[in-house]
Design a protein around this ligand. Structure first.
Ligand code: ADP
Ligand code: MG
Length: 716
């Protein structure tokens, strides 16, 4: 039996009576809202619940009236708003898909708030005084676009126009006012398929929901889309635009909930985490098309892996906060694939924003308060890149080209991870708990850095304010060193990827499957040189899983290692800076307490990657290795030592394994089988066969050896 309109009042009455009477008893004279889970209504009367979704304004309006009557019976003079929450999945929508079929119904969207306007009051119920009889006439004001006058006086019944008409004066004091505010919402960028721009929407908030939300916040918004006539030269036009009225919204409480892996995926994640060559495979998964020609590029990718996992942010008993995010700066000559790395990272991170210094929107990196047409001339606070990247990674390319203002405010943003705004009458703080990955080009075309000059000397050439250097946990300098071997392997790699890629036009015609879409189901992919790496969707899930489930804590062993290293580095720094006191240019990078924090973050990130809950000596070792590597300190162990902890240096391992492969191939005339390589290595006294395996991978990645078939090797 279908419900009639007039039934809704009695339905609400029964519902409140049967299901909610206890909660209603708890309301006080200060209650302004009454929250309802959709499920509470649905399990009580599915048909009624369904009707609410279709005709929310009217039915919820009736509900509010009935509720306030009940409150009156309880001796309260309140009229709480009913906020319906946790709507069923069938009203979940993408902003871009909302159209005429959705108008005036309840829809639920996951969005990030990008702009928030000032609050303005508007009249909800206007009281007009009749000039002839002095009586009052009330007129409900439907919307914010026009002020409606009465057509006839409710006292003397004179009309507002025509013969014997009266005039009305608005009685400000006796009007009911309601606050309103505009929000701009945007689809979550990580949900946007391909390279499309996330779509945006304009939301009108009225009443109690005003001033609850800040730009940069992610919410599940329950909206009622409706139309507003467009205006053309101040006249209404027949084109309508969709505007949303906010019914209720829930802030995202735990990040990455929509990325929760299934049980099967969890098993797969744990299996991958067990791999002895986890670091290798992770680092190979960062921009696989960028070939790590130098040991440094490998280290860079390794540090990017650490950034994806991040350290643990902690709130101290005194209310202060320690950030866990790892900030990385890539300084480098043009054409060394910095932009490529940043773009890839912004796709890989479960949550990220990409911006390029030259063309960042008016809101810049932090925030802007502007008056524009969006807020009908009101001041609007717009979130910049960092607040929008909250709980993710902000990839800022060409950071040397950002505005002066942004350079100034980046400081606070990176350390405090919040942005104080005090502009145009808006004073607030936005959260910006994101890791910053940025790239900087030299002011003068290329970096002019001699062999004895250090990173700070190069940093000076980016034109960035010097103190900013201390905000980065890691700063890399990538020189475009012309090197024949490297050039050859890059060229080879580029040629290979140009051949294996699917032509874009074919993907668009749907005649070929998009190679990226196919990733949804796979864990592993193969690089052009045959090495395995993790697919983007899998790695994103892995990272989200590790970040939500593991907050590793330092063990005593890790603490001691980090402290020892720090003490030694301090002493060394003291010596160096005394020796070089006269030449500012050669001052080493200061090592301060910040360095200690960076080391902890790196160690935590490494433990997290292994899905560990405590930070072991191995994690601390890796952190120290990456850290001293970027600082270009003497005595940095080579790649394999860090990866394997074996007693052989990488160079030595490389040579030995290379020789074994070469020997087998020349002796047998066949490819070398992995098992044969193992037995010969054992005979040479190498017991750590995992290290041999990793060395094979390393040599293979360096294209010094090839893998014609899985488990078979030959020199290149
Ligand atoms: P940058 O931002 O540092 O100026 P880009 O990211 O624009 O450099 O890269 C320039 C081009 O050079 C890209 O097409 C990139 O693929 C290529 N390139 C540079 N280094 C490598 C590398 N190591 N492996 C593969 N391609 C590379
Ligand atoms: Mg670039």
């Amino acid at each position: 039996m279908a419900l009639q309109m007039e039934d809704f009042g009695s339905r609400w009455e029964t519902f409140f009576q049967e299901v909610k009477s206890q909660e209603i008893q708890l309301l006080t004279n200060n209650s302004i809202e009454f929250r309802l889970r959709f499920n509470d209504i649905q399990s009580w009367d599915p048909d009624f619940a369904k009707r609410i979704l279709v005709d929310p304004r009217r039915i919820l309006g009736t509900g509010k009236r009935i509720l306030s009557q009940r409150c009156k019976e309880n001796g309260l003079s309140i009229s709480p708003d009913i906020l319906l929450e946790h709507l069923p999945p069938d009203v979940d929508s993408d902003l871009r898909d909302i159209g005429s079929d959705d108008l005036n119904r309840l829809r639920s969207v996951n969005v990030v708030i990008t702009k928030v306007s000032e609050i303005r009051p508007r009249i909800y119920e206007a009281t007009w005084t009749c000039d002839s009889c002095g009586g009052d006439t009330m007129v409900r004001q439907e919307n914010e676009l026009e002020l409606k006058e009465p057509l006839i006086c409710s006292g003397c019944e004179l009309p507002a126009s025509g013969a014997g008409s009266t005039r009305f004066t608005l009685n400000n004091d006796r009007c009911t006012w309601i606050n309103n505010q505009y929000l701009e919402i945007q689809e979550l960028p990580e949900r946007v398929k391909g390279s499309g721009q996330p779509s945006r929407g304009k939301v009108l908030i009225e009443g109690i929901l005003c001033n609850r939300y800040l730009p940069g916040e992610r919410v599940t918004a329950n909206l009622i889309p409706y139309t507003q006539a467009g205006y053309h030269r101040n006249r209404k036009s027949s084109m309508f635009e969709i505007v949303y009225s906010l019914h209720s919204a829930i802030r995202e409480s735990t990040p990455f909930t929509d990325m929760q892996p299934s049980e099967e995926e969890k098993k797969e994640i744990k299996k991958v985490a067990e791999r002895p060559d986890l670091m290798q495979i992770m680092q190979g998964s960062i921009a696989p098309s960028i070939i790590d020609v130098t040991a440094k590029l490998k280290q860079i990718k390794r540090s990017l892996v650490m950034q994806l996992f991040g350290g643990v942010s902690r709130i101290n008993a005194d209310g202060t906060r320690n950030r866990g995010d790892i900030h990385i700066l890539l300084m480098g000559d043009p054409g060394v694939a910095k932009s490529q790395l940043l773009t890839y990272m912004s796709k890989l991170a479960p949550r990220a924003r990409f911006a390029s210094g030259g063309n960042i929107s008016a809101a810049g990196l932090t925030a802007a308060a502007i008056r524009d047409s969006f807020g009908d001339g009101r001041f609007t606070l717009e979130a910049g890149v960092l607040p929008l990247a909250d709980l993710g990674i902000a990839c800022i390319d060409e950071i040397d080209k950002i505005s002066k203002e942004d350079k100034g405010s980046l400081h606070e943003a990176m350390e405090q991870q919040q942005i104080s705004v005090s502009k145009g009458g808006i004073t607030t703080q936005l959260r910006a708990r994101c890791a910053v990955l940025s790239a900087a080009n030299p002011e003068k075309g290329t970096f002019d850095v001699g062999p004895n000059q250090n990173l700070m000397y190069a940093f000076n050439q980016t034109g960035l304010p010097i103190p900013l250097a201390t905000r980065f946990d890691i700063i890399w300098l990538i020189k475009d060193q012309v090197h024949e071997d490297n050039d050859a392997s890059i060229a080879k790699h580029i040629m290979a990827s140009r051949i294996t890629g699917v032509p874009e036009s074919k993907v668009e015609e749907n005649t070929f499957e998009n190679p990226v879409m196919k990733d949804e189901e796979v864990t592993y992919k193969k690089n052009t040189n045959g090495s395995e790496y993790l697919s983007v969707p899998f790695l994103r899930k892995y990272i989200a899983y590790a970040k939500t489930n593991h907050s590793p804590v330092l063990t005593d062993e890790a603490k001691t290692m980090i402290l020892e290293y720090y003490k030694e580095a301090r002493t060394q720094y003291g010596k160096d800076s005394n020796a070089l006191a006269n030449s500012r240019e050669e001052q080493p990078i200061p090592i301060s307490a910040r360095a200690l924090e960076s080391l902890i973050r790196l160690a935590e990130a490494h433990a997290r990657m292994h899905l560990r809950d405590d930070v072991t000596g191995e994690d601390a070792g890796m952190a120290i290795a990456i850290f001293s590597h970027w600082r270009e300190e003497e005595g940095v162990g080579s790649e394999a030592e860090m990866a394997t902890g074996s007693s052989y240096g990488q160079a030595q391992m490389n040579r030995m394994v290379m020789k074994i492969v070469r020997d087998i191939v020349s002796e047998t005339g066949e490819n070398a089988m992995t098992s044969d390589v193992y037995s010969r290595a054992k005979a040479m006294g190498i017991d750590d066969l995992d290290a041999v395996d990793r060395t094979l991978q390393v040599l293979n990645q360096d294209t010094q050896i090839l893998m014609p078939r899985p488990g078979q090797w030959r020199p290149n």
